[in-house]
Design a protein around this ligand. Structure first.
Ligand code: NCD
Ligand code: ZN
Length: 357
């Protein structure tokens, strides 16, 4: 039996308020616990987005009723809320800025809208950037100019990880995260059937897109540049994914640890890498408290097949359907209580705590 500290996932789309047919604070925290994750940081691209006090309260009220693991909520950077979000910083996980288009309404197209956030948001908390390729370079330059930390979400390309490496070497305050799907999946060829046996290509849609084999290899080769693993758990229902207009996003909370442990078994990663990038570094970067008496017991020898049918997420599918993995979460302790055991979530609704209060 392997004992790990409770994992922290700094990038989770909860979907509440507004899209609870995809997921809500209850199902997402059940999925988290089943995956050995005891703390999640929730993204603000909900409906409505979280961009002021009223919307933050809306999300946190729902969370308080329903969560089964610990959490904090990100604020979203909008065109005219820089002072408002800065005043709410203490109550939040941090600030998320969308510099590229994705699911939701929070994209900041106009570069003149970036500076107020870089100036106003407290400098002891990072601004998390959804940025790809050239906008990532622009975002890192802003971090240098305004002398403040940024955390780059879901790095997927070779050019991106090398850019971050170079920026770190020059002392720019940049950290980053990589998602399992960008470490374990490559972009499918145009005629392939698609992930998980999907009819169309909708199940493969994710932002950033799945990349080439060379990109994936560059991420593995630069493991020391990667500060955190993050799932970007972005559930959409199977009907939505297989529709004419499929939204981008994969669920990921329940497959994170089995995939990483399988990589450990393959000799591509160490258990210490998992602890550094899923516990110690996210705690430091986002100034998160330690969770006392919190750990995960894993059966390292258990081999099994990933099945959406076994998952707690409401979305009902996984891009890793049918994958053989080694390493099963047996039991999770959260603040001294058994929160998950042998496939059952035992933590009650409302047991989760907002770590910013
Ligand atoms: C995310 C979503 O569905 O909310 N989708 C995704 O493909 N990652 C949005 C995002 O994080 O870009
Ligand atoms: Zn995301």
């Amino acid at each position: 039996m392997l004992k790990l500290p409770g994992l922290i996932d700094p990038h989770v789309h909860v979907r509440e308020p507004g899209q609870t047919h995809k997921e809500d604070w209850d199902t997402v925290t059940q999925a988290a616990l089943a995956g050995g994750v005891t703390m999640i940081l929730a993204m603000p691209n909900t409906k409505p987005p979280i961009f002021d006090e009223a919307t933050l309260t809306l999300a946190l009220d729902a969370a308080k009723q329903k969560t089964r693991c610990d959490y904090a909520q990100f604020l979203g950077a909008g065109p005219d809320n820089a002072e408002i979000v800065a005043s709410l910083a203490d109550k939040s996980a941090g600030l998320k800025m969308y510099l590229d288009s994705t699911f939701g309404e929070l994209r900041l197209d106009d570069m003149t809208l970036w500076a107020p956030h870089f100036i106003n948001f407290p400098k002891d908390m990072p601004i998390v950037l959804h940025s790809e390729s050239r906008t990532m370079a622009a975002g890192i330059l802003f971090a240098a100019i305004y002398d403040r930390p940024v955390h780059i979400a879901h790095v997927s390309l070779k050019e991106e990880i090398l850019l971050i490496k170079a920026a770190k070497e020059r002392g720019i305050q940049v950290t980053c995260e990589v998602c399992p799907h960008h470490l374990f999946l490559t972009s499918p060829s145009p005629n392939s059937e698609g992930i998980g046996g999907g009819q169309g290509g909708g199940r493969m849609e994710v932002r950033p897109r799945l990349a080439t084999k060379a990109d994936v290899e560059a991420l593995w080769q630069n493991m020391d540049v990667i500060d955190c693993f993050a799932t970007d758990h972005a559930p959409h229902t199977l009907a939505e994914k297989d529709s004419e207009n499929p939204p981008p996003g994969f669920p990921g909370l329940e497959t994170l640890l089995p995939l990483l442990l399988t990589a450990v078994d393959d000799g591509r990663l160490t258990v210490d890498d998992i602890v550094q990038k899923s516990v110690i570094n996210p705690r430091k970067i986002f100034r998160l408290p330690e969770q006392p008496e919190t750990w995960v017991e894993v059966d390292e020898t258990a081999e099994y097949e990933i099945k959406a049918a076994d998952q707690f997420s409401r979305c009902g599918w996984t891009p890793f359907e049918g994958w053989q993995v080694k390493g099963r979460v047996k039991r999770v302790f959260l603040r001294g209580k058994v929160a998950f055991e042998d496939g059952k979530v035992l933590a009650e609704k409302g047991f989760g705590q907002n770590i910013r209060y």
